[in-house]
Structure formats: structure tokens, C-alpha cells
Design a binder for this molecule. Structure first.
Ligand code: AMP
Ligand code: DBH
Length: 541
């Protein structure tokens, strides 16, 4: 499979080039420029305090590129990258790119089911993983992969046991760099999914470089900025809004935390004088609470970004007084469009809205279920296209027809209103994803796993309100014969090799589903009815 180039129609491409949004910069190219300009500046500090300069990261990345080529990988091929927040994330990512290969990102939380899906969907020929992290051994997963795919190359960061150590390729002699096309796909990012399994998102060098440049500017980054990677850094938010890569773009430095908890993050904020970071709403709430009891000096923190899921205004108002920094709301998606409240926006805007787009060339439409425009200011399904929003998923023609309009607008699946001042307010989702505090659970995927159980006749996964996560998942199951115990069913799902965040938080058994009307009902209607019924029952009890 050869790698596609950008998918924008030629007239749009010209417009984005003429406007100066798109340039000839590539992702490893800009990093290399920074390394040449300021070789001795610290680019990354690990959680345990190891500091690596721009030059060191760049040199190791070039070594990784030689090592991967020596291992027989060819430009254009895909490499699955599943690493936690460690410096090797960057040497691997830039190294893969330097070799003309295409990284495909997986989150540390992903397990065998997801990893196999990413490998299959991308045709990846190599897998870079940690030895173990968060109590999970990725080497066992890698060995399982190699049983079906004996040609798969595996490189392990840490103790490789019988597999190939990443160390070895990281210390290969750095060679010549591939010259990269700025219009080519730089990597495949993961979507939280609008239906079914995660889809792969082809982002090009130039569209991503544009978001990094503008995000760094909007978020006030400079060479003195210190960004804390607290969320998993493979995710699009901490990667690019402005995230670790936006920080490199500005010449700042990145500190890596292995977890977003206050216990892990607060000492690092104090140690490195962190100025900005991004977290999901439940984490922001924990931080605000923990700061009252914490003895750590958080005074360096200037901006706390919150995004990934709806942040209730009541919670938002607690952030600035508790942490003594500016709250910035971020509403984005790996498919492209990113909105920010601006740092100098009035407080009312920072607390109550999810901000406005990066680009004057981001086009937004708000429509009803039949794609007709709704009156300005009323919530509608948000459709968008622009200089950094994809026009199609990677090799997924069936989904593309549903996920994009004929005019190339991406259907975000979000219900959003635009206020007269241009700021957006996210009201919820219209597609079948449960947003579990920023972690996106694709409903259909989980239902299909439940249905595979012998004792399950039918299953729907619904969102139920949760004071901490915003919403959590509840599987409503019609048993086939005697009902299995709920913990058994959850364990069974987990053992199928599904990411822990997709395992239903609750399981309830019912004899049948409430009727949703006459005739054949859609799963979506059924879910809505079951969800309402569960809510009513909880309110009564
Ligand atoms: P993903 O497809 O995994 O990149 O997730 C993107 C989705 O996360 C968006 O389409 C929204 O549904 C949700 N999201 C991201 N940021 C926010 C936010 N600040 N407020 C509400 N929802 C958000
Ligand atoms: O949730 C997201 O995917 C997200 C949130 C904020 C995102 O991709 C982003 C900013 O870039």
C-alpha cells in the first residue's frame, strides 16, 4: 500500500498555501532546525529527572532511522508506536519519520484487541512497545502478535527479554535523512471513533505543522515555556494543542509525567517550573481539590488547559482560584478542528465556552438531522472543513461516506452552538460514543464484545451520569438463560483483551427492553430509551 498524499481538492490546497497556512515544513524537519539552532537546550526531562537536549533527541532519532532501515523497513511502511510518557517516545516518533516510515499511534491503555485492529487496519510491519507499564506486560502482547504475524518486527523499550531491544537501534550510527514531502501523510492518529472500531486519521506534515505553529502562538508559548505531558502523549490533545510538539515548535522544553494524578504531576511542576499543561475535566477537578492540601509549589503554572470532554462551568470556576493560573478550555478532535478560549478572553468566556477555532479558514456549519442549517445560536450537529481537518479516514471507504458530506465537511458527531461572540458551547454528542471523562468509548464495539458471550442474548451500552467522569458506561443485558454475575461478565470482557476504559463500569440485567415505538427500531433509539429508563429508576430509588 503506498502512502496517500494530502486529500484536499487542488483549489483548497492553493488557498491554504496562498494564505501562508501551509508551508514546506515537515515534522521531523522543524525539530531538526531547532536542534541545529539551539543544540544544547533541554528538549525533554523524564519523570525520573533525565534531561535530553534537542541535539541528543535529534541524534538518537537519526540513529533509530538507520536502525529501522537496517532492519529491512522501507519508506512508506507503517510502524505501530505504543509508548507511555518516556523520552523514547520522541526518539522513536521522529526516528520513524526520519526513515520515511509512518508512525501509527496507540495509547498505553490499548490491549490486544485494539493493537491487533491497528496493525491490521494500517498494515504495520513493526511494533515499538515498552517492556511493562501500569502493571501490564506489553512483551506478552507482542509475542501474541508474532504468532499470527511472524514477520512483524518488535522493538522493546526497556528489558526486551527474547525480543529486540529498542536501545540497539537507538545507538546505531546516524545516517542520511530521507527527504520528506510536506504534503505526505506524517502519521496515522487514532480517533475516539464515531461508530465501531477506531479509525485511522492520516495527518500530513504541513497540516499538522500549521496547527503546531498557531497553537503555540495562541497558547503564548516561547523558549521559556515548560510543558508538562500529563495525559498520554500519543493522544492528539497533549501532542498538538499545543502539547509536546507545539512546545518543541516554540523551542521550549517538555517534562514527562507517567500519570496525570496530583501525586505524580505536582512534584514535577515544582521541580521543573512547569508553565503550562493540558488535562481532562476529571483530572482538573482532582488537581483543584488536591492543591488545597498540597505542599508543592505550583506557582510557576501559568495556564491549565482543560479539554477532551465537557467541562461544567461550576467546575471551571474552581480552577483559577485553586491553582492560581489561567484556565484555557480546548475543544478539539484528532480529525482536525481545534478550538481554544484565548488567554485574554473575559472570565465569562473562559468559564462558559469551549472557545473558537484556530484558523479564519476553519469553516463551521450547524445543521439538523437532515443537514439543514439551524438558526444561528441554536445547537446543531457541527460539520467542519478547513486547512487541518481531514477529508477522509485512512483506507476506510465505507465509513468515509457517512463521516463526510459530499462537500468534504467532517461530521464531528457533536451537538454544538455558536454564540454571537463566535465562541462555541458543546452540548453533547449525536453519535454513538460515550465520553468517559475524555476517554471515548465506542458503543457498538463494546456491545459486539458483550454479544459474543454465550449467556448474553442482547446488550446495549448506555451512558449514565457520573459526578466525577461526567458520564460512565452501563451495559444493559438481556441474559440467555440464567444471568452471569456482573463482575464475571466484566472480567470476561477485560480478558478478551480490551482497553480497561472500555470495560462497562456497571452491568444490569433486564428481561427485555422498553418498547421504543412501532416497527423496527434503531439501536440508537433503543439506547436512548434504555438510558432514560435507567435514569428514571435511579432518581426514584
Ligand atoms: P477524538 O475523536 O478521540 O479525537 O475525540 C474528539 C471528541 O472529543 C470531540 O468530537 C468531542 O466530542 C469531544 N471533546 C473534545 N474536547 C471537548 C470539550 N472541550 N468539550 C466537550 N467535548 C469535547
Ligand atoms: O478530545 C480530543 O480528541 C481533543 C481535545 C482537545 C483533541 O484531539 C485536541 C484538543 O487536539
Amino acid at each position: 500500500m503506498t502512502e496517500p498524499r494530502q486529500q484536499w481538492p487542488a483549489d483548497f490546497g492553493r488557498r491554504y498555501l496562498d494564505a501562508g497556512h501551509w508551508t514546506d515544513q515537515t515534522l521531523p524537519g522543524f525539530f531538526h532546525e531547532r536542534a541545529e539552532a539551539n543544540p544544547g537546550r533541554v528538549a525533554v526531562r523524564s519523570a525520573d529527572g533525565v534531561a535530553l537536549t534537542y541535539e541528543e533527541i535529534d541524534r538518537r532519532a537519526r540513529a533509530v532511522a538507520s536502525g529501522l532501515r537496517a532492519a529491512g523497513l522501507h519508506p512508506g511502511e507503517r510502524v505501530l508506536l505504543q509508548l507511555p510518557n518516556v523520552p523514547e517516545f520522541f526518539t522513536a516518533m521522529f526516528g520513524v519519520m526520519y526513515a520515511g516510515l509512518v508512525p501509527v499511534y496507540a495509547l498505553p491503555a490499548h490491549r490486544r484487541m485494539e493493537v491487533e485492529h491497528f496493525v491490521e487496519a494500517s498494515g504495520a510491519r513493526a511494533y515499538i512497545c515498552p517492556d511493562a507499564h501500569g502493571g501490564f506486560d506489553y512483551r506478552a502482547l507482542a509475542r501474541g502478535l508474532r504468532e499470527h504475524l511472524p514477520d512483524m518486527r518488535v522493538f522493546v523499550v526497556g528489558d526486551a527479554e527474547d525480543l529486540e531491544p529498542f536501545d540497539e537501534i537507538e545507538s546505531a550510527p546516524p545516517g542520511e535523512l530521507e527527504s520528506l514531502d510536506p504534503a505526505a501523510v506524517a502519521f496515522l492518529q487514532l480517533s475516539g471513533g464515531s461508530t465501531g472500531l477506531s479509525k485511522l486519521i492520516p495527518r500530513t506534515h504541513r497540516d499538522y505543522a500549521y496547527t503546531l505553529r498557531e497553537s503555540a502562538r495562541i497558547c503564548g508559548l516561547s523558549e521559556r515555556s515548560v510543558y508538562l505531558g500529563a495525559l498520554p502523549i500519543a493522544h492528539n490533545f497533549p501532542m498538538s494543542s499545543p502539547g509536546t510538539l507545539g512546545t518543541f515548535y516554540a523551542g521550549g522544553s517538555v517534562t514527562l509525567s507517567l500519570a496525570p494524578s496530583p501525586d505524580a504531576a505536582f512534584p514535577l511542576i515544582e521541580r521543573d517550573g512547569v508553565t503550562i499543561t493540558g488535562v481532562v475535566p476529571p483530572v482538573a477537578i482532582l488537581w483543584a481539590r488536591a492543591s488545597e492540601r498540597s505542599s508543592h509549589d505550583l506557582s510557576s503554572l501559568e495556564v491549565l488547559q482543560v479539554g477532551g470532554a465537557r467541562f461544567a462551568p461550576e467546575a471551571a470556576r474552581r480552577i483559577e482560584p485553586a491553582l492560581g493560573c489561567t484556565l484555557q478550555q480546548v475543544y478539539g478532535m484528532a480529525e482536525g478542528l481545534v478550538n481554544y478560549t484565548r488567554l485574554d478572553d473575559p472570565e465569562e468566556v473562559r468559564m462558559n465556552t469551549q472557545g473558537r477555532p484556530i484558523s479564519e479558514d476553519d469553516e463551521l456549519r450547524f445543521v439538523d438531522a437532515d443537514d439543514r442549517d439551524v438558526p444561528e445560536g441554536t445547537p446543531g450537529h457541527l460539520l467542519t472543513r478547513g486547512p487541518y481537518t481531514i477529508r477522509a479516514y485512512y483506507a476506510n471507504d465505507g465509513t468515509n461516506e457517512r463521516a463526510f458530506t459530499a462537500e468534504g465537511f467532517y461530521r464531528t458527531g457533536d451537538l454544538v452552538a455558536r454564540r454571537p461572540d463566535g465562541n462555541l458551547v458543546v452540548h453533547g454528542r449525536v453519535s454513538d460514543v460515550i465520553n468517559r471523562g475524555g476517554e471515548k468509548v465506542p458503543v457498538e464495539e463494546v456491545e459486539n464484545h458483550l454479544l459474543a458471550h454465550d449467556a448474553v442474548l442482547d446488550a446495549v451500552l448506555v451512558a449514565v451520569p457520573d459526578s466525577f467522569l461526567g458520564e460512565k458506561t452501563c451495559a444493559v443485558v438481556i441474559p440467555d438463560g440464567p444471568a452471569p454475575a456482573a463482575p464475571e461478565l466484566r472480567k470476561w470482557i477485560r480478558e478478551r483483551g480490551l482497553a480497561p476504559y472500555k470495560v462497562p463500569d456497571e452491568v444490569v440485567f433486564v428481561e427485555g427492553y422498553p418498547s421504543t415505538g412501532v416497527g423496527k427500531v434503531s439501536r440508537r433509539e433503543l439506547r436512548a430509551t434504555v438510558r432514560d429508563r435507567i435514569r428514571e429508576e435511579r432518581e426514584r430509588s
